[in-house]
Write a protein that binds this ligand. Structure first.
Ligand SMILES: NC(=O)c1ccc[n+]([C@@H]2O[C@H](COP(=O)([O-])OP(=O)(O)OC[C@H]3O[C@@H](n4cnc5c(N)ncnc54)[C@H](OP(=O)(O)O)[C@@H]3O)[C@@H](O)[C@H]2O)c1
Length: 320
């Protein structure tokens, strides 16, 4: 099968497509998927490029090359393990696996049954592949921030991969959503359903934009301290974390008796089914910023690295 690997390993990883053996027979609880589309997330270039350096060393030692890139996938079932009774070859599925790494920038991927779900009807593979990691982060972040019907939620980074889902999922769950984005994206975020939009380029909104039951920072640029004036007395600050300052700031804020946490996304079939239900009811529509071929995976990452994407960057392996 064709798969994306990193070459020039340790010093300057570069992505290239190579021929590798397809996954062998699935384990009892696993599924082999023919990947039609995969999507790109900041984690790939923040973490996997460094992992590829380690993998380059271990692969050289083990004299084998493994695909590594790509978390999200949408595709069709090729084979199922002996304990998987509810999926058949040809079924359309989507999902991701953060633990063992989906390695979905490849023509086939091996994934645990509990990390995938049937694809929502009415979506293309490209659209479905854009969902798992970002939409699950949005759903799980809103939950972690104890947001529910009627909650006032501020989504910082409303126009990007996670943000476009957070706005729509929040609205689907009956929340009052204010989105923070650049002025150029204000109409776009309103079109996703946001009740109000703040243009962060117009000035520092963090002191006088009102109080929220949840400040959900999906940029991970902010900390609970920088957003303190925005958080209602019993309200929550949730970050997608990852940046050094926020990792330290959150426990410090908690020490002062306030509510702050970060979300670390995990894939569960049940949560994917929840998202599929929202798609089926017309409450959720993935936004695809751009689509690249497998051969152009490096450009797909370059696009994502700009930090200016509207929704998600997708790599199409089988054209829709
Ligand atoms: N912890 C986890 O499990 C987890 C899961 C998923 C993602 N993440 C992390 O969450 C972050 C966001 O991921 P993503 O996929 O949403 O990234 P993304 O798609 O690259 O986000 C790009 C968006 O960020 C917006 N943005 C940039 N600077 C901003 C600012 N100062 N204020 C408000 N918005 C701003 C941009 O909007 P404008 O163009 O309008 O400025 C753009 O639409 C990344 O750091 C990622 O690693 C963590």
């Amino acid at each position: 099968m064709r798969a994306v690997i990193a070459t020039n390993g340790v010093f300057k990883p570069e992505l290239t497509v190579t021929e590798l053996p397809a996954p062998a027979a699935p384990g009892p609880h696993d599924v082999i998927v023919r990947v039609h589309a995969a999507s790109v997330n900041p984690k790939d270039w923040k973490l996997n490029y460094n992992l590829s350096r380690i993998t380059a060393i271990s692969s050289a030692m083990a004299r084998r090359v493994r695909p590594l890139f790509g978390d999200d996938l949408a595709g069709t079932v090729v084979a199922t393990g002996s304990k998987v009774h509810d999926l058949q070859p040809g079924d359309a599925v989507y999902g991701m696996d953060m633990r063992l790494r989906t390695a979905s920038l490849a023509e086939q991927a091996l994934i645990s049954r509990k990390r995938i779900a049937r694809m929502p009807p009415g979506l293309s593979f490209t659209q479905a592949a854009s969902m798992p990691l970002a939409a699950l982060t949005a759903l799980q972040g809103l939950r972690r921030g104890h947001a529910s019907k009627g909650s006032r939620v501020l989504v910082i980074g409303a126009s990007g991969g996670v943000g476009t889902f957070a706005v729509q999922i929040g609205k689907a769950l009956g929340m009052h959503i204010t989105g923070v984005c650049s002025g150029a994206n204000a109409d776009f975020v309103t079109s996703l359903g946001a009740d109000a939009v703040i243009d962060y380029t117009a000035g520092d909104y963090r002191q006088d934009a009102g109080e929220f039951d949840l400040v959900f920072d999906v940029t991970s640029y902010e900390t609970p301290q920088t957003c303190a004036a925005l958080i209602a007395p019993e309200g929550w600050f949730i970050s997608t974390g990852g940046q050094g300052a926020s990792m330290l700031a959150t426990p410090l804020y908690r020490l002062a008796g306030r509510n702050a946490d970060s979300v670390v996304v995990e894939s569960y079939s049940k949560d994917l089914d929840t998202l599929s239900g929202m798609v089926e009811r017309g409450e959720l529509r993935p936004v695809v910023d751009s689509v690249f071929s497998l051969e152009d995976a490096e450009q797909a990452y370059a696009r994502n690295r700009t930090g200016r994407c509207r929704g998600k960057v997708v790599v199409a392996i089988v054209p829709d």
